[in-house]
Design a protein around this ligand. Structure first.
Ligand SMILES: *[C@@H]1O[C@H](CO)[C@@H](O)[C@H](O)[C@H]1NC(C)=O
Ligand SMILES: *[C@@H]1O[C@H](CO)[C@@H](O)[C@H](O)[C@H]1NC(C)=O
Ligand SMILES: *[C@@H]1O[C@H](CO)[C@@H](O)[C@H](O)[C@H]1NC(C)=O
Ligand SMILES: *[C@@H]1O[C@H](CO)[C@@H](O)[C@H](O)[C@H]1NC(C)=O
Length: 637
């Protein structure tokens, strides 16, 4: 009887409150059960009398130390919050007809969704049976991770803090084996086994995991949180029959991810959709969800750089519809029929009027994205690093080498790198490096930012300082606000950041040259990395800008070390006398190489799993592959 009543209440509740997200979605409910601490240590139970179920869930959701709660209805309504879920150690589950147990889903799931970045399970051995090293320990393997209240790096459990493609991993306690993946199964295996799928669907499921920021194919695997239609009408909750009655009960369609009022595609429609919250319109598509960058429809292809492409694709790799070449809305166009008559700039078809080596592109209808490369593949794979024929440099990349160089990135010396900027967060703290490529633009890496649409107010670039925290009496550094972030082609990992006003060049602040397109730095060229990052307990002072020399290593030799993982759009340097490398907070900074008498930005520092590890080459983004994109971004601004 009690069960029946609470179900009706929940259903009604779901029906009325179509507009807000329920914290109850984060919990797994066990009817008539209670979680009881096994020892006398009950001090960590928080007892809150009289809270509604919803409020109890909401508070537990927001508390890091709450992993489950008992919701008692008799003798009095009580919400008891607990720091554990059932695990056989701290607490066990008992029957109690007057109580329901709610456990946070992330702590009870024994499988991973996507890459398993939110996996909080308790597996602590790797796939070949090694015991994991504790995350707080730097022994036997030193590393850059620090457990915090939110990142889940607890004890020695397998985790995926860096979004590794293979899933959760750990450093092992075996000194010979630094790290290994843990082979945690994907949730979709098994949980959806009873549902019949056509072989095509099954194949696709095996190939692709769930996506949250974009969709593939028809978006049946989309599990993101967009909750309104293309026309901005809020969606109806799937567990509600109001205002529209429908057959898609979340319980019946367990594999379809029918949570809350998120756009989903349970019936193989053309894209994710939902029932709307207005009675007049039953369903609508959610076309504002973008297509994943790697899901380019192979309906068309282009040859060489696509300059002669005359097909009819009018959509970008991010799934955005193209803007008409002849219309200056939302973006002012620099290319149209009159300026480039030969380029066939008709309607909003993807074209390549400037011979961009990343292929056909267009201005987009999204006001936040000026231009983007199109959803068309190259017909035949051509190497992107065929060497350029002639090399020209402009007035840039000059510096005065008389400026002090006395001390020592890991294994570096404090030095002079006038194009290296320090990126600062809202509190003024240094978080990443960057390079000044013009008086108004800085290049850095995407890994330094949470997204390509991050709110920049409060962020700034500081330049002209030798110190992470500038000293009294030092020449005055320039601090300039960042006003715009533009993400590079998806595989590039680059971002460009626009400064609010131009930097003033002087002996401590200057721009660095860009390499010629596809220029390849010869093997063994001595280049420099610079940053204020981690110095890893070497005797070096990390509050000073450190510069270290590193020799370039060919991709071929680098791939011997990394077993083919280094791609053409990346380049490598060898580590010198062991242990010279870029670490945390150096990311985004330059790999600068001297060419005749100019310094050229050849690489951008990106994070690697191990930093400054003796004998390990370093991998950088190869800037010469993206020079055309960089120039276009600056030109269009
Ligand atoms: C949609 O989701 C956003 C963010 O999660 C939330 O703030 C908003 O209230 C939701 N709107 C509806 C109608 O559910
Ligand atoms: C552009 O190409 C299309 C398709 O080949 C062709 O029909 C059209 O006439 C061309 N337009 C111009 C202005 O060249
Ligand atoms: C785009 O351009 C074509 C021809 O250039 C024109 O016929 C069409 O109406 C334009 N579309 C929009 C949305 O402006
Ligand atoms: C690093 O250099 C700064 C500035 O010269 C100085 O204040 C600080 O004490 C130094 N730290 C160490 C560990 O040497």
């Amino acid at each position: 009887m009690k069960l029946h009543i609470s179900c009706v209440l929940l259903a009604l509740w779901g029906g009325f409150v179509t507009a807000s997200r329920s914290s109850l979605n984060d919990f797994q409910r066990s009817e008539g059960r209670e979680l009881v601490p096994t020892s006398w240590n009950t001090a960590r139970t928080l007892i809150l009398p009289g809270l509604t179920l919803e409020e109890c869930a909401r508070r537990c959701s927001h508390m890091l130390d709450c992993r489950a709660f008992n919701y008692e209805t008799r003798p009095v309504i009580t919400c008891k919050q607990l720091p554990w879920v059932e695990d056989g150690n701290n607490a066990e589950v008992k029957r109690n007809v007057n109580c329901d147990l709610y456990e946070k889903k992330v702590y009870v799931r024994k499988c991973i969704v996507g890459k398993g970045e939110d996996y909080r399970g308790k597996v602590s051995t790797t796939k070949s049976g090694h015991t994991c090293q504790q995350w707080w320990s730097k022994f036997p393997h030193d590393h850059r991770w620090t457990p915090t209240a939110t990142n889940g790096l607890e004890l020695n459990y397998c985790r995926n803090p860096d979004g590794d493609r293979i899933g959760p991993w750990c450093y092992t306690t075996d000194p010979e084996r630094r790290y290994e993946s843990c082979n945690i199964p994907h949730c979709k295996d098994g949980t959806c086994g009873s549902v019949q799928h056509s072989t095509a669907v099954v194949k696709r499921r095996l190939r692709s995991s769930y996506t949250t920021h974009c969709f593939r194919g028809r978006g049946e695997d989309y599990r993101g949180k967009v909750n309104e239609t293309t026309g901005a009408i809020p969606c109806q909750r799937w567990d509600s029959q109001h205002p529209h009655e429908h057959p898609f009960y979340p319980k019946t369609y367990e594999c379809k991810g029918l949570e809350e009022n998120y756009c989903r595609n349970p019936d193989g429609s053309e894209a994710p959709w939902c029932f709307t919250s207005v009675p007049e319109m039953r369903t609508a598509l959610c076309l504002q969800i973008k297509r994943c960058a790697d899901d380019i429809e192979a309906e068309d292809c282009y040859h060489e750089n696509g300059k002669n492409y005359r097909g009819v694709v009018r959509k970008t790799r991010k799934g955005i519809v193209c803007q008409n070449w002849s219309v200056n809305m939302p973006h002012k166009t620099k290319y149209d029929k009159s300026t480039h008559p030969e380029a066939n700039l008709t309607e909003n078809y993807c074209r390549n009027p400037d011979g961009d080596q990343h292929g056909p592109w267009c201005y987009t209808t999204d006001p936040k994205t000026e231009f983007d490369y199109c959803a068309i593949k190259q017909c035949e794979k051509v190497s992107i690093i065929e060497p350029a024929e002639k090399v020209e440099f402009n007035e840039c990349g000059k510096r005065d080498d008389r400026i002090v160089r006395k001390l020592r990135i890991v294994g570096g010396v404090p030095g002079n790198s006038p194009w290296t900027v320090s990126l600062r967060d809202r509190k003024g703290n240094h978080f990443c490096g960057g390079s000044l490529v013009s008086s108004k633009w800085v290049i850095s890496t995407k890994q330094c930012f949470s997204s390509c649409y991050v709110d920049l107010p409060g962020y700034s670039a500081m330049m002209g300082t030798l110190f992470r925290n500038p000293q009294e009496g030092e020449a005055k550094p320039q601090t300039i606000s960042l006003t715009k972030i533009v993400c590079g082609p998806s595989e590039s990992q680059l971002v460009m950041l626009q400064l609010q006003h131009p930097a003033q060049f002087n002996e401590r602040v200057s721009q660095i040259c860009l390499p010629p397109e596809r220029y390849i730095v010869p093997d063994e060229t001595l280049c420099e990395i610079a940053g204020w990052g981690e110095t890893k307990g070497t005797s070096v002072n990390d509050s000073v800008l450190n510069v270290a020399q590193v020799p370039v290593l060919s991709n071929k030799d680098c791939n011997k070390y990394f077993r083919g993982r280094v791609r053409e759009n990346e380049m490598c340097t060898n580590s010198f006398h062991g242990g010279v490398g870029a670490c945390e907070r150096d990311y985004g900074g330059p790999l600068a190489c001297q060419n005749s008498d100019c310094w050229v930005l050849e690489g951008v520092i990106i994070p690697m799993r191990r930093c400054g590890h003796p004998g390990q080459p370093n991998i950088f983004i190869r800037v010469s592959v993206y020079v055309d994109w960089i120039k276009k971004v600056m030109e269009m601004a």
